[in-house]
Design a protein around this ligand. Sequence first.
Ligand code: PHE
Length: 352
Amino acid sequence: MDPTAQRDSWLAQVAAAADEAALAAVETRLLAAEGELTQLLRLVTSLPKEQRPAFGKAANGVKQAVEAAIAAARTGFAARALQRELALPDFDPTEAAPAPRRGALHPITIVQNELVDLFTSLGFQWQDGPEVESEYFNFDALNIPADHPARESQDTFWCEPIDGGRRHLLRTHTSPVQVRTMQRFVKEHGPGPLKVIVPGRCFRSETVDKSHEHTFYQMEGLVVDRGVSTANLIHTMKTCLRVILERDVQVRLRPGFFPFVEPGFELDVNCPFCQGRGCSVCKRSGWIEILPCGMVHPNVLQQGGYDPEQFTGFAFGMGLQRVVMLRYGIDDIRQFMGGDLRFLRQFPEVPR
Ligand code: PHE
């Protein structure tokens, strides 16, 4: 039999395919495992030996011709599709492609970075501490009595005790790093001047609403030295708030109670929304509570290995969400952990 008998018919079928789908159907009919051309090639094994080379050569020639025709037809379809697209009235091939959108830093990261820059420029060092903390550092070392309500399960996420050992918890504030840092510093250098900040994530078993989150960010500050006073505390806080709120600020101190500071304060800043005249954000008072702070309690200094007769210190615990909310005028704390990209995209893209 003549292996080229159907050549022209097959090429005609390829040529007749009007579009990509029709072409694919022809391709399957001829070249699939049971396709007409495949079967022709298979015939070679049934022939007497001396006829095989000639038959094989001719059949392969047909196959190559058909395959080439299919490839050419396919290129033609793609070129025509592009032509059609180029002919559309609103297609401008010279227009620059839109730049891909880059990610934005989370607003808490933005403000935390600025604060870290500011405090390191003032000589503070960045300290980290564990998010899973011991009861000792989170409470005992901070002079928080065993019957203090903050220890109860409604506020603290307790971990399952391991082998009846010491109890652990998710830290409820960054203050445990105060005593951790003092102890380590004293161990390495003996008691001496210390200035640290501790940005970090904290957890409390809160019912989540507009102003409460179970997961939140604080930045602790701790300064210990000979002769540190409340005046140093006020000055440092004013400097910090001026930079972070991007304006000149007035502050005032009210008494506040925290077992690890004495005296303890609530520091207020004049309302950024009404410049102190009184508005709904500051509840007509002209002041906004911004951060708790105070002079380090002698018992805490002692836990850290410092002699409270010789050393004094101040500490503050800034709620980062609160600062971010004030700075950007955000009124719902749930936005921060909500993962809504429309919220996150409002912040500046990471620079190229
Ligand atoms: N750790 C306290 C809290 O989370 C805040 C605080 C820090 C108060 C340092 C005074 C000094 O509520």
